[in-house]
Design a protein around this ligand. Sequence first.
Ligand code: NAP
Length: 361
Amino acid sequence: MKNQFNVGIIGATGMVGQRFATLLSEHPWFNVVLLAASPRSKGKTYCEALGSRWSMTSPLPEKLAGMVLYDATADLAEIAAQVDFVFCAVDMSKDEIKKMETAYAQAECPVISNNSAHRSTPDVPMIVPELNPGHAEIIPAQRARLGTKRGFVAVKSNCSLQSYVPALFPLHDEFGVKDVLVCTYQAISGAGKTFDTWPEMLDNVIPFIGGEEEKSEQEPLKIWGTVRDGAIIPASEPHFTAQCIRVPVSDGHLAAVFARFKKKPIKEQILEKWCTFSAIPQEAQLPSAPKQFLHYFEEDNMPQTGLQRDLEGGMAVSIGRLREDTQYDCKFVCLSHNTLRGAAGGAVLMAELLAYKGYLD
Ligand code: NAP
């Protein structure tokens, strides 16, 4: 594998784009050479285009502040010619995003995407690096369909499921996860907002997030899917049902989970699976990988959004309150950082995995 790549951030001014800027400014493999957003931002420096929108707790990276922004669509050919691949997180219609991401891939510029537009495209891998790294094997089939040598699109899953799918995944082989009921309590940054831009969320809970419940129920099945005949065939189990609720926290999606198994495990067996779980990102020591992906907390009042969301740079999943349930076999609570593990950090780790496997050479 190469170990130095020139990269661009498409949607650099957005909430996820700002996370990319922060994470990539000191990255050992990925060097940000270009930023792009909408036609509104074109020609402005990053600092000017952001205005008062910078919402990260760390300062705007100096190296990026003076970069002049490109228009992601109008300047596509110029962008693709200057980078090895792009990270993409934009607020556009699904059709526009599909068209734009495919056009980048066809310009031989791989796209590592946070957008949902291509998540159901059968030959587009949706990778959580610790869970389904093997889905990268679909990339040659996608390249054949697109007629490209290098270009492809790979996507990250929705942020809501980044806590409960990792917690359930290590249990599936031995115990067969059958039915899952999940309620998520999701941060306002998941909607690209802060308390300044969404004051209605102060002292409030909104019991609806458009499209979120469908994604939370369906996307896990693609992650559990099988690569066959040029497509990822979604699994038919586990069965998921979800309610997704917006709560007044800045960052961090918490989930309350109830699970039923084909072969009911005891608490110690579940804890053993969680505590010993390790995968390629840990074994290969990828730069953004947490040392331990799943952390279990014994205290009854953990995990807490404000206390654990930044665990291991916001890339680990925190779990607690595992106990028997009267209707299901067990219940527990889990938490992940929605714009780190759930968005930009997860995408950077996926890019590290794809680079490690040689797909970005
Ligand atoms: P956001 O804060 O609203 O940012 C949107 C970005 O899209 C801005 O950079 C904006 O640029 C750019 N944009 C808008 N119209 C464009 C156009 N026509 N061409 C090029 N760029 C355009 O949104 P966000 O929260 O970062 O989310 C971005 C994407 O990531 C969405 O698809 C979202 O579903 C997904 N996502 C978000 C999260 C999360 O936790 N926030 C998690 C997972 C996935 P201007 O500044 O120039 O308008």
